[in-house]
Design a protein around this ligand. Sequence first.
Ligand code: GDP
Length: 361
Amino acid sequence: ALTIGIVGLPNVGKSTMFNALTRNNVLAENYPFATIEPNTGIVPLPDDRLPVLADLVHTEKVVPATVTFVDIAGIVKGASEGEGLGNKFLANIREADAICEVVRAFEDDDIVHVNGHVDPADDIDTINTELILADLQTIDNALPKLEKDLRGKKIEPSYLEAVRKAKEILESGRTIDAAAQAGEIDKVDVFDLHLLTAKPFIYVFNVDDNELSNEDFKAKLAASVAPAPAIFLNAQFEAELTELDEADAREMLADAGLDESGLDQLARVGFDILGLQTFLTAGEKEVRAWQIHQGWTAPQAAGVIHTDFEKGFIKAEVVSYDDFVAAEGSMAKIKEEGKLRLEGKDYVMQDGDIVEFKFNV
Ligand code: GDP
């Protein structure tokens, strides 16, 4: 499964947030997702559509898609030089498919900040500098061989150019992800280097709960990392939420003027930056959200349910979630109103598709 690595300086609230994330899934009794390793948490992708569908098709069983988080400890200044747990840190982050950076924006005199004061921009700079330095080492190690390969005509000049461009970006103190979002480099061109900063980034600002509704405060922080997505949450508040049952949690959220928990937002945005999406199936046996890559075709999606479905794919019968709900789940009504679409092998799956695949065995 694709994973999101959680990183951040010490004492920013990572453990508090990670524990809340994993408790979140243990409490959700319907979901048979346990923490596999102490530092891995598999959490359900929040999807309000699933209980609605379960109600319509009269099933108790709901299986959501999941998002996998890995808690990566050990970032300190000098990590790229192997300081502290530096090497282990870099190896763990290399294995993750996206980076979730937790940044302290809450004030609390009792909790020591490693740099002596709360400064989100400075913290981000500290972490990103280590990642950037590690990437520069990767490039500097690769360059002599690439230059030789170019002379031997084993690689295209354009590849070496892209690598040099990446080096230039990193030397200017920016991540490849940020530069790619600004259209300065195409990540695909330097994919072979597996650079850390080419992974998609998501920033979580751990803020005081009274700042959660301070739009100015949040807008400034969001702008400092844009176009990377930013999530605002209070880790302690999130931890308290996970200890309540669903109704009480909703009430506590509403009292705070929020309609979704920060952890739910994080799961949704994380799923999205991993390049994933879902399609739905709804039957008497179960209602389920299946996880696929964005842009996958109907046969590829069918293959997620069963490999035979992909090989023997004939067609997909698709109805959109909205049409399904409008027809109260009645297939007869859906057909009568011409809302059932027959899609062939080139069909690209859309979010909210409720599907039944037809196949040869
Ligand atoms: P980590 O080192 O990044 O994993 O940070 P921890 O989750 O262990 O948190 C460090 C300390 O900060 C603990 O004492 C937490 O209770 C506290 N803490 C975490 N989140 C918040 C927060 O949002 N507000 C305040 N005031 N304290 C927090």
